[in-house]
Design a protein around this ligand. Sequence first.
Ligand SMILES: [Zn+2]
Length: 330
Amino acid sequence: MSWENIVGHKFQKEYLQKTVASGKISHAYLFVGKEGIGKKLCALEFAKLLNCFSPGENGSCDQCKSCVSIDKGVHPDLLKLTPEGETLKIDQIREFNKWIHYKPLEARYRAGIIENITSMTEEAANCILKTLEEPPPKSIILLTSSDMRNLPRTLLSRCNVLYFAPLPARTIESFLVKNRSIASQKAFSVAQKAQGSIGKALQILEKEEEPYRLIENFFDGLSSISSLLSMGSKLLASKTNLQETLSLLELYLRDLLMYSRFREKELLYFTELEEKILKTIEGKEFDEKTVYNLIENIEQLNRDINSNVNQDVALIHFLLELKEVIQGAI
Ligand SMILES: [Zn+2]
């Protein structure tokens, strides 16, 4: 991961590149900015560059022994600390302090990255402060935070603070188009809601894609009797998920009817599954009446689930009927 693989933050990347080239390395840096904009990636690339055997103008080489073992997460002189649950705890920081005081085994600099220090307890903050006040030689501490208002001033004064601005919507759009193969129009609409954060854009996308994934998983489960049985028991184990899946399935079946009548993509709920829908209605098992029956069966199944009667039998029976109808598509 050289600098060019990190989106945006031109000034910050140049600054860190020059810092390494100059050899004037501070013992601690604090990267501040919104969640999900690339602070952690920059901290990791900085640590890589510091220890790279063959650094270039654009960051680390990605090829040398040091780069490879950092990328694999197995370098003995790199430690990444993330909050356990909601907060960074004192015990975590104590362990970190111990670790950072050892001499580097292989690297020029032993690098410890602590993510989201905003979530540190007061005790933990005091504990890391001790190390920042008397930093061990040949070590570097890289901290990230999304909000520095509650951080102790003493801690801030011990770090070299670097601010990261939210990314422009257009930058996020091109990232999504390039890396997630999403149509430009959709990518831009997601980017506008993401408030400058790639992490948030990916979360929004995930949420929007959830129904599609759920339905696609459903089809995978229908591919054989054994996977059908295993899907059936999984669904039964999670009642909430079952009802959600069933209502999505009902929408999908209605899409089948709609498309078989009008062949209009705009009328579909699952527009992105148009191809699968077309394949299903062209399959030899497809029959509108059976699909209507299945929709009725879903409603019956929902009633059975709520009344706690014969859930597993009702579900498996339903799945078998469904398998018949969409056989052509899987
Ligand atoms: Zn390298």
